[in-house]
Design a protein around this ligand. Structure first.
Ligand SMILES: O=P(O)(O)OC[C@H]1O[C@](O)(CO)[C@@H](O)[C@@H]1O
Length: 547
């Protein structure tokens, strides 16, 4: 397949970008009274407004042609059809199967996987019912009060983000804690707050080989045994989620307590699978089902809506425009819902582990940028931290503003204040304020001319800074499912256009291998002399001497 840069649409978009770079967003709004209607989409549970991007009808046409020439729709159907589109790992990419409510067979590798998906959902439901009802007893006959989920990356970020986002809906049945870091600080703090008699550990690891998770799981088991538990009662306190049942059994988890997932579910797309167990335990199984339903609704939209009215596709295309044609190096995610405070961290893994690649499908070095740096923070806090940089910094950072029409918790006088800020920020970033206006405003305040001239340049906001706004009805399990699926399909679409393998993550391996070699070197007394570069060697030796 030709490089995307050789596609006619890419070439004409590149030329078109030269013209558009000279344009002002505010004049595009002035010229088109229907700009909002023309450049917004009502997707399931989410209004997606992309009108505050430096695009015109011609840009959109070009981008849609790029999607067509890149065969996005074909690739989408191939993914949903269970083909091994994850070629480097020779796997299907079927997280969508986990939330498919159509009732039809879901074929992966010639086999209908619906029965096994349903079996594991039932398995989850049984555990959730038993633990939440108090029927599941610990070794001393008491019910479970605390869940400790041990896992990292995709086996942590999704459940953590979702349980935080839905915390307003959770009752007091259980407290859920997460341990991901191999830094003992985190597990020590969690273990201090829980009681071995009433704690259920979930060891969540797709591979069951991840060093951080296994180290933490061993620590948890030792703590449990020291705290009155025994080998024979471990099964009342430890369950596992993994595609590697053998390893989980070897670790000591009873087979009936292993919740299966499959190699066709990527770690960073796995919260819909048994990896979502902490969500179901904390929020109840109905809420988990609602989350799946919301994602399914977005899947249908992605599969059925014409590309021009397809929110994930347009989100992806506008991202490509900003990254590849306007050359912006990073992209901010700015939720205005406090409950979405872990959303940027979650999306960092989803976007950057997927599309942070520099070779194409054939292994050739890319001649164009792939995923921009994804970063972000709750918007309102960001306003008092890094928004200065967004408004007046030398780089232009496109951003997604994510807010809700209704707050999750209604506290009088708060939500309008919050949303006024969100709307104001996107307006300010788009319009800016020029020197004449700054002068006029200062003059109206009675400032003398000399002082005005001294500060005018510092108060100018150049504007023309692109943003998307995603307005949800309200953060609920269902709308959250739709939001996450929206971004998943954005990632997929961009990966296809960039012609990169979005579903492997070889880039995280080298560091892991080196760490496995260094760890024993830290344990013995001898100086490291003939290994590593001078910096790494000296740091290791300094550490060994000083510890
Ligand atoms: O679930 P596992 O196998 O422990 O892996 C955890 C995480 O580690 C990675 O393999 C690399 O960071 C992620 O892709 C994955 O989500």
């Amino acid at each position: 397949m030709a490089s995307p840069t050789q596609l006619p649409s890419w070439q004409s978009l590149a030329q078109h970008a030269d013209t558009l770079r000279q344009r002002e967003l505010k004049s595009l709004f002035a010229e088109d009274q229907s700009r909002f209607d023309n450049f917004s989409i009502r997707a399931p549970h989410i209004l997606f407004d992309y009108s505050k991007n430096l695009i015109t009808e011609e840009t959109r046409k070009g981008l849609l042609t790029l999607a067509e020439e890149s065969k996005v729709a074909d690739w989408r159907d191939r993914m949903f059809g269970g083909e091994h589109i994850n070629r480097t790992e020779d796997r299907a990419v079927m997280h969508v199967a986990l939330r498919d409510k159509s009732g039809k067979p879901i074929m992966v590798d010639g086999k209908d996987v619906r029965p096994q998906v349903e079996r594991e959902l039932n398995h989850m439901r049984e555990l959730v019912t038993s633990v939440r009802s108090g029927e599941w007893k610990g070794f001393s006959g008491k019910s479970i009060t605390d869940i400790v989920s041990i896992g990292i990356g995709g086996s942590n970020l999704g459940p953590l983000m979702v349980t935080e986002a839905l915390s307003a809906y959770s009752d007091d049945t259980l407290r859920t804690h997460y341990v991901s870091n191999v830094d003992g600080f985190q597990i020590a703090q969690v273990l201090e707050r829980v009681n071995p008699e009433t704690t259920l550990f979930i060891v969540a690891s797709k591979t069951f080989t991840t060093l951080e998770t296994i180290t933490n799981a061993n620590t948890a088991r030792a703590w449990f045994l020291k705290g009155g538990g025994s080998e024979s009662t471990t099964s009342q306190h430890f369950v596992a989620v993994s595609s590697n049942v053998k390893k989980a059994v070897e670790f000591g988890v009873a087979e009936k307590n292993i919740f299966e997932m499959w190699d066709w579910v990527g770690g960073r797309f796995s919260l819909w699978s048994t990896i979502g167990l902490p969500i179901a335990l904390q929020q109840g199984f109905d809420a988990f089902e609602e989350l799946l339903q919301g994602a399914y609704e977005m899947d249908r939209h992605f599969c059925e809506a014409p590309l021009a009215e397809n929110a994930p596709v347009m989100l992806a295309l506008v991202g490509i425009w900003n990254r590849n044609f306007l050359g912006y190096p990073s992209h901010a995610l700015l939720p205005y819902d406090q409950c979405l405070h872990r959303f940027p961290a979650y999306m960092q893994q989803a976007e950057m582990e997927s599309n942070g690649k520099s070779v194409n499908w054939e292994g050739e070095t890319l001649t164009y940028g792939s995923v921009p740096l994804i970063w972000g923070e709750v918007g309102i806090n960001g306003q008092h931290a890094f928004y200065q940089f967004l408004h007046q910094g030398t780089d232009i950072i496109p951003a997604d503003f994510i807010g809700s029409v209704k707050p999750t918790i209604e506290v009088e006088g708060h939500h309008d204040a919050l949303m006024a800020n969100m709307f104001a920020q996107t307006e300010a970033l788009m319009k800016g304020i020029d020197a004449d206006q700054v002068r006029a405003d200062l003059k109206a305040k009675g400032m003398d001319e000399a002082r005005i001239e001294e500060i005018v340049a510092h108060k100018v906001h150049r504007g023309n800074r692109p943003t998307n706004t995603l307005l949800m009805d309200k953060v609920t399990p269902r709308s959250l499912g739709a939001l996450i699926a929206l971004y998943e399909h954005k990632i997929f679409t961009q990966g296809i256009i960039w012609q990169i393998h979005s579903f492997d993550q070889w880039g995280v391996e080298l560091g892991k291998v080196l760490a496995a070699g260094i760890q024993p070197e830290l344990a013995d007394g001898a100086e490291v002399s003939d290994k590593h570069d001078a910096s790494t060697r000296s740091l290791i030796n300094y550490y060994k001497q000083a510890k």
